[in-house]
Ligand binder design. Sequence first.
Ligand code: KG4
Ligand code: ZN
Length: 342
Amino acid sequence: ADLPLVLGIETSCDETGIGLVRGHTLLADAVASSVEEHARFGGVVPEVASRAHLEAMVPTLERACETAGVRLADVDAVAVTAGPGLAGALLVGVAAAKALAIGLGRPLYGVNHLAAHVAVDTLEHGALPEPCLALLVSGGHSSLLRVDDVTAGVDPLGATIDDAAGEAFDKVARLLGLGFPGGPFVDRAAASGSSVAIQFPRGLSSRRDLERHRFDFSFSGLKTAVARWVEARERAGEPVPVADVAASFQEAVCDVLVRKSLDAATSQGIEDLLIGGGVAANSRLRAMAVERAEAAGVRVRVPRPGLCTDNGAMVAALGSEVVRRGRTPSDLDLPADSSLPV
Ligand code: KG4
Ligand code: ZN
């Protein structure tokens, strides 16, 4: 018999994502993004995101079915991001998922957005190694998680105490006059710069900080250091070496992320590190993680960049795992929970 066809709906931030997955096979991943509507504000505006989800939901659903060559009636289970995320944005996805589950007479599964970022890797590399350690770095979160059973949630070991890693990329990009969202622009600019040109601070890495914040991150001090450095240059009437600043900043972020991830993996006796979230698309982070992990005896799995950013495929991938493991469906009064534990 065929494996169940699972539909996944993601609306926690600014991407309306619909994914269709069977087992570990991705059949469709349709994404509509409102990122351009937010660009002029330099960040995601919740009200704008909610409205965009509402407008994009049905066309994106149709596009996903068309790509997969299936009808909605073929769907066996509906999974949706229940949180964490923007409350109003989540609500649109959860309402749509309930409507589909009721209309199709299929079970509904509310899932955790962060666990979905982990589960998406199954679509590229097959069954998830469990336990594994997950570094999730995006515009909204930067966490180190222990994952024993991805369908049961995630266990946070550490998180950012201020800005998310992606947020730091976005702010530094803005400072350097690059586009939004800033990550890909910094990544590209850094390619022609020197990562050792400027020594930027590594947050929460001093011996004292490590005592209290061994697996936590802090990027706001780094962002301020970059701002001061750029300002000093401008004040002196000297040109800002954008590529060098980008490369040195990127190096500082990646250095801390990789070092703490490997420290966490080693101290937990975990041999598999999974990296996800939008920042996992960063070329330096991917290369550095692979390089240093090998030396530490840790295996690294990073899904291809297209799967790292928010999408419906990750929700469908987790839904597929939830169905396979026979988890109980959610009630039809499933709430959207913006503060779901990360
Ligand atoms: O996972 P995601 O799509 O949405 C959130 O849940 O936040 O992550 C978006 C974040 C943005 O901050 C963006 O600048 C960052 O991921 N990002 C990158 C790269 N591509 C996207 N950061 C660094 N390097 C990249 N190549
Ligand atoms: Zn995300």
